[in-house]
Unconditional design. Structure first.
Length: 139
């Protein structure tokens, strides 16, 4: 028997599916040229498990996040798990960040073994450190 409700309405109200953090398209770095520009010219902030590249943009534009997780981190399932975790941190930090920046987060090998609280605090601290710096992008 087919349900008369669309799939989105059939999900239980307490389902994890309704709570997944999603970055809006406007808040994602999508083009390879934008990734390249942030990595090559952005300010680099390193943590034990990730490297963040912060590249300033006009203040009128929204902050965007991009994620790089190489095969050195693990197989496809592991890389996607790491990317989802980093995206969730970005989703939580986004409202408190200033507008007008591209933030590219590169996950380093071993990031898949880090507990959630450690990863979240590392990335949050690194983003606030990089956002507060007044340094211009590298030439």
């Amino acid at each position: 028997m087919r349900s008369s409700l669309p799939a989105a309405q059939r999900v239980a109200p307490n389902s994890r599916r309704n709570q997944l953090p999603v970055l809006a398209r406007a808040n994602r770095v999508l083009r390879p040229d934008d990734f390249r520009q942030a990595v090559r010219r952005g300010r680099r902030v390193s943590t034990a498990h990730a490297v963040l590249y912060l590249y300033p943009r006009p203040a009128s534009e929204p902050t965007r996040f991009g994620f790089i997780v190489s095969k050195a981190v693990g197989n496809a399932v592991t890389r996607n798990l790491v990317r989802r975790r980093m995206r969730a941190v970005a989703h939580d930090v986004l409202p408190s960040m200033q507008t007008g920046a591209d933030v590219v987060v590169r996950g380093l090998p071993g990031v898949d073994q880090v507990p959630w609280q450690t990863l979240a605090s590392e990335l949050t601290d690194a983003m606030s450190t990089g956002a507060m710096s007044t340094g211009r992008p590298r030439a």
